[in-house]
Design a protein around this ligand. Structure first.
Ligand code: NAD
Ligand code: NAG
Length: 426
């Protein structure tokens, strides 16, 4: 259990201000139901699997983060310096991640101040995160190495820089891994999110927060396309359940403290510098290696399809959400007026069967895949996703422009170059 990414939850959570008993006396409204369920899960994991929370290695991993000192502060300030006239100052969590890297660069390039935060956990190859970090450094973005559960660090960052916005992308992603390491989802997606919101509600002025939810909250829904107004109460994975919990937690912090909160439900994001745990990425790797790939099909040979969304389109959506985010209304830890609360689908709105994804990769790689078609196991995946994006279009002109073929071409070019694959493929 030693290589579990980031689960030093225990001693932080004991100190957490959100573990009071008040909630037991509150009424069981819909949104508190979810909060209570997940506080329950935290306690369950806390007592049932102490090894995954309190091992010495994970405690150490939180303590060894090195920050402070004037040289460090100088780097932080310089990274967060605004260079355009109406620029904003953004703390990007999960900046060494796939979406975080692209979003940070886009913000920096248009003149915003950007500071990254990431714990560089080893859920997938950390050297890829280091590669992205180098790219960010080249673009003038500094990533502070730390955990979103570290309240002292977060407070320190807000002392050094008065962030106007937080782009919160740090999370434990992936649906299948939740069966292996459920604690990491609770740690980052619930406890970490609450810790971040606690710090944000107390700082003066409060930042506006844009954060990543997920299309997975639509779970087993069958009505397509998925619309923000649809009910989302049948998650198919713990990952989805923690994202749904995040949406309810966002509601609470908006309601009580006046934090401006915008959730973005991303639909299967892909592209250069992408995540090795996602199908388009490991299919590419396996096809090139000559390994067979498992392609899932639904019962009765049903098609499994995804609304694949290219990273540049997602980044435009993130910036659009940030630019239309209103100020938070709280001060002194108290709400002073109604604050903005939004949730947007960010998809491509044209689902593609996974079999078609494989065919495109075969064409681009000029290698035939060894297809192993099998029934989809019940491990968190859903049969299809399809976004209704009219709300994001209306609010900030969101309009994805990249089809899967074009996007994968860019991905494959990056992949072959990054991994120096000596192949004739383009
Ligand atoms: N990529 C997708 O298809 C997709 C789809 C839906 C939602 N999302 C969400 O979008 C966000 C970004 O996803 P991504 O694809 O870039 O994932 P990613 O794993 O590449 O990026 C997340 C980053 O957060 C960091 N992190 C995780 N836990 C942390 C913690 N406790 N403290 C500090 N840093 C931590 C990780 O090291 C990683 O670099 C995530 O919230 C994810 O759940 C992604
Ligand atoms: C998409 O959602 C909007 C509301 O945001 C709704 O008016 C429209 O009918 C939906 N479109 C489809 C095709 O379901």
């Amino acid at each position: 259990m030693d290589n579990i990414p980031s689960s030093p939850g225990k001693f932080k959570m004991e100190k957490g201000p959100y573990f009071h008993r008040r909630w037991q006396h509150s009424s069981f409204t819909k949104f508190t139901f979810w909060s209570i369920l997940f506080v329950g899960i935290i306690f369950f994991l806390f007592f049932r699997t102490p090894s995954s929370f309190s091992s010495d290695t994970s405690r150490r991993s939180l303590r060894t983060y090195n920050y402070g000192g004037s040289a460090w502060e100088k780097k932080v300030r310089s990274s967060a310096r605004v260079t355009s006239k109406n620029g904003v100052t953004v703390l990007v969590t999960g900046a060494a991640g796939f979406v975080g890297t692209h979003t940070s660069i886009a913000l920096k390039q248009r003149g915003d101040g950007v500071l990254g935060l990431d714990n560089f956990n080893d859920y997938y190859d950390p050297s890829l995160k280091r590669g992205r970090q180098a790219l960010l450094e080249h673009n003038g973005v500094f990533i502070v190495e730390g955990d979103i559960n570290d309240a002292t660090l977060l407070k320190k960052l807000f002392e050094v820089v008065s962030f106007t916005h937080v782009m919160h992308l740090a999370a434990q992603a992936g649906v299948r891994y939740a069966m292996e390491n459920p604690g990491s989802y609770v740690h980052s997606n619930i406890a970490g999110f609450v810790n971040l919101l606690e710090v944000c509600k107390n700082v003066e002025p409060q930042p506006a927060i844009v954060w990543a939810s997920s299309s997975s909250v639509y779970g087993l829904n069958t009505k397509v396309p998925f619309s923000e107004k649809d009910k989302t109460d049948q998650p198919a994975s713990l990952y989805a359940a923690t994202k749904k919990a995040g949406e309810e937690i966002a509601h609470t912090y908006n309601h009580i403290y006046g934090l401006s909160l915008t959730g973005l439900r991303f639909f299967t994001v892909y592209g250069p510098w992408g995540r090795p745990d996602m199908a388009y990425f490991f299919f590419t790797k396996d096809i090139l290696k000559g390994n067979s790939i498992s392609i899932f099909e639904a019962p009765n040979h049903g098609t499994v399809a995804r609304d694949f969304t290219y990273i540049d389109d997602i980044v435009r959506g993130c910036l659009g959400a940030l630019d239309t985010a209103e100020k938070s209304t709280g001060s002194g830890g108290k709400k002073r007026g109604p604050a903005q609360l939004r949730v947007f689908n960010l998809g491509n709105t044209s689902p593609v069967p996974v079999t078609e994804l494989v065919s495109i990769l075969e064409r681009l790689l000029k290698v035939k895949a060894k297809r192993n078609v099998m029934k989809m196991p019940r491990n968190g995946d859903v049969q299809f996703t399809h976004a209704n994006i009219s709300y994001a279009k209306k609010e900030f002109g969101y309009k994805p422009t990249t089809d899967l073929e074009t996007g994968l071409k860019n991905f494959v070019r990056w992949y072959l170059n990054y991994y120096s694959v000596a192949a004739t493929a383009e």
